[in-house]
Design a protein around this ligand. Structure first.
Ligand code: SF4
Length: 410
């Protein structure tokens, strides 16, 4: 464990593994909510927090799931008071994922009172039939109502999650959802192309021939997304993520104090594609290869080059913590160059790509020394561009980011 406050981990993820019901496409670890198990989980999560608190000074906190907003007010109070007692409150960005069906004015106000300043709402679609097809528990009306509740509670940083290429979704339906979602005026937009994971009802329907995958339509929807989101004032900063840049002044993003600081504050004209002010800092830390603690069942941590994963079983997770142990299922220590390769691959998902100095700061390796041939190959293919300061994927390269990234994995 680090003995210096300066070395403490600045990013904290907490997984809430409960959902009211399972969505048709979802392979995340979650289970149906049950009162007693949730109470037991809350106690175990607090125990896990106590075990790592001395190594944490969070600048970003993210409650994801599952459905964090399913926790009731008393359970939230317990967790937030524990964060307070352990001196973990005060993060610059504190996000909680919410399902539109489980947002209430009381809960929104309580979260805001404890320093939660960003809500990520899982909208997915604004078409009733598609919501039903996806197995979502909320209606389109609940999205508008919850958005209003959150604004009234004082949240000025809201994200909406949207999905495209859903079976049965036409280009017209996608355009209509996009138009309505953009009109809400959120600060951030995260999008997902449907993927067919083993052991999900949607995958079974695909296998049974109930529908076909239309790759061309998915590409058209992606293009439509970029066109409409940028037209509405969003800046794309990652393959699937868009944010407003509202707090910008004089070309310098205010208050950026982790991840991309060096690039953000450079006045070098060559550094295009900066990261917008409302970008999700928590995720930028992932893409920049930063350390983070992940607590809760199935959560992954990455701390100073060591990756650990908690058991994906809430009972087992609770049992371990009740014995005073962290519930770690696996541990992997990556060799430094392999770790740097993974960091390179992740960072290329961002429009800003990698400023060379930033990569060196993050990994202690130089992209130009370790991967010159790979970079040249991508530039020649038209998938990437480079100058004296940075390397990044072109819009065409971003579409094939997974293939491009593979070249950097050692
Ligand atoms: S609410 Fe989210 S985590 Fe829960 S089943 Fe649906 S997609 Fe999965």
């Amino acid at each position: 464990m680090a003995d210096s406050a300066a070395m403490r981990v600045e990013s904290l993820y907490l997984h809430v593994p409960f959902c009211a019901q399972k969505c048709a496409y979802c392979a995340f670890y979650s289970e149906p909510s049950g009162g007693d198990l949730i109470n037991r989980y809350v106690a175990a999560l607090i125990r896990e927090l106590e075990l790592v608190a001395n190594d944490l000074k969070p600048k970003t906190i993210f409650f994801g799931g599952g459905t964090p907003s399913l926790l009731n007010l008393r359970q939230w109070e317990q967790i937030l008071r524990a964060l307070e007692r352990l001196n973990l409150l005060g993060a610059e960005e504190f996000t909680v994922e919410c399902n539109p069906a489980t947002v209430s004015p009381d809960k929104a106000k309580r979260l805001r009172d404890f320093g939660v300043n960003r809500i990520s709402m899982g909208v997915q679609s604004l078409d009733e039939q598609l919501l039903e097809r996806l197995g979502r528990i909320h209606t389109r009306e609940m999205v508008f109502k919850s958005f209003d509740i959150l604004r009234r509670a004082g949240f000025d940083n809201l994200n909406l999650d949207l999905m495209f290429a859903i079976p049965g979704q036409t280009l017209e339906i996608w355009r209509a959802t996009l138009a309505e979602a953009l009109a809400l005026g959120s600060e951030h937009l995260s999008t997902y192309e449907v993927i067919y994971e083993d052991d999900t009802p949607l995958f079974a329907q695909l296998q049974a021939g109930e529908f076909d995958v239309d790759e061309n339509l998915a590409c058209e929807m992606y293009e439509e997304l970029i066109l409409n989101a940028t037209g509405a004032g969003f800046q794309q900063y990652e393959i699937a993520n868009f944010a407003r840049d509202g707090r910008r002044s004089s070309g310098v993003v205010e208050n950026w104090s982790n991840g991309p600081t060096e690039a953000q504050h450079s006045s070098t004209p060559a550094l295009q594609h900066s990261i917008p002010a409302f970008a999700c800092r928590h995720n930028v830390n992932y893409w920049r290869g930063g350390s983070f603690y992940g607590l809760g069942p199935s959560a992954t941590s990455y701390v100073r080059g060591v990756r650990t994963k908690n058991w994906s079983n809430t009972q087992l997770y609770c049992e371990q913590l009740e014995k005073g142990k962290r519930a770690i299922e696996s541990r992997e220590e990556l060799p430094p160059l392999k770790r740097a390769g993974e960091t390179a691959a992740f960072g290329l998902r961002m429009n800003a790509g990698w400023p060379f100095a930033e990569f060196r700061r993050a990994t202690h390796f130089d992209l130009r020394d370790e991967w010159p041939a790979e970079m040249n190959q991508l530039v020649e293919r038209g998938w990437a561009s480079r100058d004296a300061q940075q390397f990044r994927l072109t819009p065409q390269g971003l579409r094939f980011a997974d293939s491009a990234a593979e070249l950097f994995l050692r």
